[in-house]
Write a protein that binds this ligand. Structure first.
Ligand code: S3P
Length: 426
């Protein structure tokens, strides 16, 4: 339980930030997918934050050799993944737990996935139910809805599954299971969620294709995949805190370097642009994903209605709520019930903390209305153990000062966040 005091910024900033945390989603997948090869994967810029280091520790417990010289991580998988003699601790990471559940469901052995008190309270039946239907043996509290989960991996049947939730975690868990199934499987979601899994696995030689009718076709593996050779790009969700900072601090500008520009990840920047911020996208290369820089400049922000493509901005809505609070006029977020089952109930933690800062709101079951035109007031905020809540209100604090409690969670995704906030002061 750490505390963070943010002081009001008394001057604009114009900076280039090239040390934002590496992408969390891609880093988790590097640790896991390297286990599907029979050769050594080479990973540069792996995110060294609690969530992704936990995924790496699990890879080790499953028998992988992990060499880390501080720059490059090399992961050599064992010939066959080994049954660990201990629990597999995913810490705070929903991605870690749900993807490993899918990967381990098809591996012969007994595995126990657990996590911290926040993760142990989050719903897992979205992955365990479809996995059980294809033959996985999984148990846990509330009929395998809550961790600890016990997985007895084994043979899996192919499937055709239309997911009721647009979730990359569910999709990835099912794709990983499908790779071990007895025949071709099909998966569908209503909105394409982040597609790092498909891109990376195809880059490693898997056969996963999006059909014209929206079904994702997954061929089971017939041989080990090629190893990964990847430089993990910067995380656009982590960078987005500084995009909002530039958008709300008058006369400010930030250049965010080397982000993944994957369209499923930069929707929040499009919303900020729609609100009035000046945004420039510069694509530089394309390796597994388009990669480049994003420049964000302050301008007058206006209220906005956000109700489409929610899965593409689910992680950025807390930070966007800060921009919405100071924008001209009302903003509305709808169709975002998923926010209630993130690292905290983010609908509740956003509006309760905004209220403490003097912002008017209406809470809905699936979102909120934010009054806008607020002059933010300094308050004492509780992150409720949610890294994105802690960092969003730290950004709000640039306008008014802020005391934030329970900030150790920032280390789950963005350990040098505070150092970068300090650098805005010049
Ligand atoms: C993630 C998917 C998203 C996102 C999470 C990371 C991933 O969750 O919120 O931070 O890496 O697949 P859902 O897919 O469950 O919405």
């Amino acid at each position: 339980m750490q505390k963070l005091q943010i002081t009001k910024l008394d001057q604009p900033f114009d900076i280039v930030i090239d040390n934002i945390a590496s992408d969390k989603s891609i880093s988790h997948r590097c640790a896991m997918f390297s286990l599907l090869s029979d050769k050594t994967s080479t990973i540069k810029n792996y995110l060294r934050a609690e969530d992704t280091l936990d995924s790496l520790k699990i890879a080790r417990k499953l028998g992988a050799k992990v060499e880390d010289d501080g720059q490059t991580i090399k992961i050599t998988p064992p010939q066959n993944l080994t049954e660990p003699d201990d629990i597999l601790d995913c810490g705070n990471a929903g991605t870690g737990m749900r993807l490993y559940a899918g990967l381990l469901a098809g591996i012969d052995g007994s595995f126990i996935l657990t996590g911290d008190k926040y993760l142990r309270s989050r719903p897992m039946k979205r992955v365990t139910n479809p996995l059980k239907k294809i033959g996985a043996k999984i148990d846990g509290r509330e009929e395998a809805n809550k961790a600890p989960l016990h997985i007895r991996g084994g043979k899996l049947k192919s499937f055709k599954y239309h997911s009721p939730i647009d979730s990359a975690q569910v999709k990835s868990a099912l794709i990983l299971a499908a790779l071990r199934a007895n025949d071709i499987s099909y998966y569908k979601e209503n909105l394409l969620s982040r597609d790092h899994t498909e891109r990376m696995l195809n880059g490693m030689g898997a056969n996963i294709s999006l059909e014209d009718d929206g079904w994702i076709k997954i061929d089971p593996l017939t041989k080990p995949l090629k190893p990964l050779d990847i430089i993990v790009p910067t995380d656009p969700s982590s960078a987005f805190f500084f995009a909002v900072a530039a958008a709300i601090v008058p006369k400010s500008k930030v250049t965010l370097k080397n982000l993944t520009l994957n369209p499923t990840r930069i929707e929040a920047y499009k919303i900020l642009e729609k609100m009035g911020a000046k945004i420039t996208y510069i694509e530089k290369e394309n390796i597994y994903e388009p990669i480049g820089d994003i420049i964000v400049e302050h301008d007058q922000l206006n209220g906005v209605v956000v109700q489409d493509n929610i899965a593409w901005l689910i992680d950025e809505l807390p930070a966007l709520s800060i921009a919405m609070s100071v924008a001209n006029g009302k903003s509305v977020v709808k169709n975002a019930k998923e926010l209630r089952v993130k690292e905290s109930d983010r609908i509740n933690t956003v509006v309760q903390n905004l209220k403490l800062c003097g912002v008017g709101y209406i809470e809905y079951e699936d979102g909120y209305l934010i009054e806008g035109n607020a002059t933010l007031q300094k308050a004492t905020i509780d992150s409720c153990g949610d890294h994105r809540i802690a960092m969003s209100f730290a950004i709000a604090g640039l306008l008014c000062g802020m005391d934030i409690e329970n900030t150790a969670c920032i280390d789950t995704s963005f350990p040098n966040f505070i150092q970068i906030i300090d650098s805005l002061k010049g």
